[in-house]
Design a protein around this ligand. Structure first.
Ligand code: VG1
Ligand code: CO
Length: 546
């Protein structure tokens, strides 16, 4: 292909600081001239020694994915990459991209996704950079990228025809090779090496155990089809909303009881299947539902850790577990029984990378429905579903029975997250500033009969490289071990989202059946007293409760 390299003059664009997981903005913002190009060039300018090396490229298939991929291919060629591995149709789920980076020893990868945020021309778009271990770039790199966006003067690109992404195969842009790869195969093979596909397949084909996987018209459709239907033999109707659409069918691809309404309906019907699951826009989250029973993500992590020895890939035991700070301590209790370490990190998968690389943790999880292991360096939705299916195939008990016996053994961490979405940014920031200012005076105070034992703004020192991350969320701990955490989302694109995380430990099995919001009623009232959410935001209830 004939190509001409071009250097295009540009100017810094404000607001290109990556958040919890990459840069996320409205599609219309990304469509502005130079917006995507500036950020991509800022990524390349923050890297060293990639000349001639391999870049992995793909996204969740949302609106603008196809346009952005062609732009990035041209820029990668002009910047001197030797080869790009790009998913067919521009598709790669986030965990699959991580898998491909690792398997093909790429220099790094660019993933196009705004994950659980809605898509379409009026929706969101996102981009993030992953390093050679397959995981999200650490803060040191994301901050360097941001610094570059503030001083950028030019970007490099090439002029030439688009690469045909519809068919797998090799082509080139100038000196750079382009390989359009099967987006599913590498990831499916890796998962097949970890789980007992024979046993899971036998269960799914038995006719006495039915599953429903809701791909929410997002990226996991093809992965679920290949793995659950083709390789494991589940009946075709086991995957619903399996065709990826640029606008996710108008839905909100966030697998929680509010947005995965259709799955919840199926799983609470009289004729409900035995097991239900959903994943998000880019395939890294998972929601696990039993018959008439929703599993909270924090409990799910704890159950996986407690049953890991039943799964071939983890039968030799876990090196440790790690959870994000706002995730419940259910996993800590399992780790304690297993005699392994449990690490507490800030929100966002990038903080697990060092622990996984150093062999300090095997399983990681977040309360936001992310679970994963050292098989890749991202959370992995289909992996979590297979882990559950493997446990179910061995134990042959219902999801609910497994949870109830888990609580009996370890006690129950009642847990809920209340999100207030689209709050005025200034109001949300003042709320957090005021909370932070009140922290020093809180310990020792008694409110509504509850004594505050500790109060701080979570700071994390990475045990591997010593890097420090501050202001990661306000924590208020009570004398009975209960906890409230307040933080602002770093993935939203409209105003601010206030997240309030509530947790109470209950050892007494006779009260484990109490409805969660009721069990947390006292804490919900305390959160209101501490932060004044109603008066400040004008909201009398959260937008989403998970
Ligand atoms: C949210 C979740 C966090 C997760 C992040 C990316 O971040 O709380 O646990 O790692 O999304 O997930 P925040 O800053 O909005 O709370 V994904 O699946 O959207 O890439
Ligand atoms: Co996601």
């Amino acid at each position: 292909m004939t190509t001409t390299q071009q250097t295009i003059a540009t100017q810094p664009i404000a607001g290109q600081r990556p958040g919890t997981s990459g840069l996320r903005k409205k599609v219309t913002v990304f469509q502005a001239p130079g917006y995507l190009e500036n950020f991509v060039q800022a990524i390349f300018d923050s890297l060293e020694g990639f000349q001639g090396k391999t870049l992995v490229l793909g996204g969740d298939g949302r609106y603008y994915n196809d346009v952005a991929i062609q732009t990035i291919l041209r820029m990668a060629a002009a910047n001197g990459f030797g080869r790009v591995l790009v998913g067919q149709h521009g598709i790669l789920s986030t965990p699959a991209a991580s898998c491909v980076i690792r398997k093909h020893q790429a220099y790094g990868g660019i993933i196009l996704s705004a994950s659980h945020n809605p898509g379409g021309p009026e929706g969101d778009f996102g981009i993030k950079y992953n390093i050679g271990n397959g995981g999200p770039a650490p803060e040191k790199i994301t901050e360097a990228i941001y610094a570059n966006t503030q001083k950028i003067t030019r970007y490099l690109t090439t002029v030439g025809a688009d690469v045909n992404l519809a068919v797998q195969g090799k082509s080139s842009i100038g000196e750079m090779a382009v390989e359009v790869i099967d987006p599913v195969a590498d990831h499916a093979d890796l998962l097949a090496s970890l789980f007992d596909f024979e046993r899971i397949g036998a269960l799914l084909r038995s006719g006495s155990f039915r599953i429903c996987f809701d791909a929410m018209h997002a990226v996991t459709g093809p992965y679920a089809q290949e793995i659950f239907v083709k390789r494991l033999g589940a009946p075709a109707g086991s995957v619903i909303n399996g065709v990826p659409l640029p606008d996710f069918g108008g839905g909100h691809p966030d697998p929680n009881p509010t947005y995965a309404e259709e799955l919840v309906k199926v799983m609470f019907a009289d004729t409900a299947p035995d097991f239900g699951a959903a994943s998000d826009g880019d395939g890294d989250r998972n929601m696990i539902v039993g018959r008439h029973f929703i599993v909270t993500p924090s409990d799910s992590l704890a159950v996986l850790a407690a049953n890991a020895q039943l799964v071939p890939g983890y039968a030799n035991g876990l090196k440790g577990v790690a959870r994000s700070m706002p995730t419940s301590a259910a996993a800590d209790r399992v780790a304690e029984k297993l005699g392994i370490a449990c690490y507490e990190t800030p929100t966002g998968w990038k903080f697990f990378g060092n622990l996984l690389d150093a062999g300090m943790a095997t399983l990681c999880g977040e309360e936001s429905a992310g679970t994963g292991s050292d098989h890749v360096r991202e959370k992995d939705g289909v992996w979590a579903v297979l882990f559950w299916l493997n446990i179910l195939a061995v134990r042959r008990e219902s999801v609910e029975a497994i949870l109830r016996s888990h609580w009996q053994r370890f006690g129950r961490n009642f847990y809920s997250r209340h999100d207030y979405e689209g709050v005025d940014s200034a109001v949300a920031n003042t709320l957090m500033t005021d909370l932070r200012a009140s922290l020093a005076k809180l310990p020792g105070r008694t409110i509504n009969g509850a004594t505050i034992q500790s109060a701080d703004d979570f700071a994390y020192t990475d045990p591997v490289d010593g890097s420090v991350s501050t202001a990661q969320g306000v924590r208020v701990g009570f004398a009975d071990g209960s906890r409230i955490v307040f933080r602002l989302s770093g993935t939203g694109t409209e105003g601010a989202t206030l997240r309030v995380y509530l947790e109470r430990y209950e050892p007494d099995a006779s009260t484990h059946g109490v409805e969660t919001q009721q069990a947390l009623g006292g804490l919900i009232a305390l959160a209101e007293q501490l932060a004044g959410i109603r008066a400040r935001t004008g909201r009398d209830q959260p937008t989403v409760i998970t």
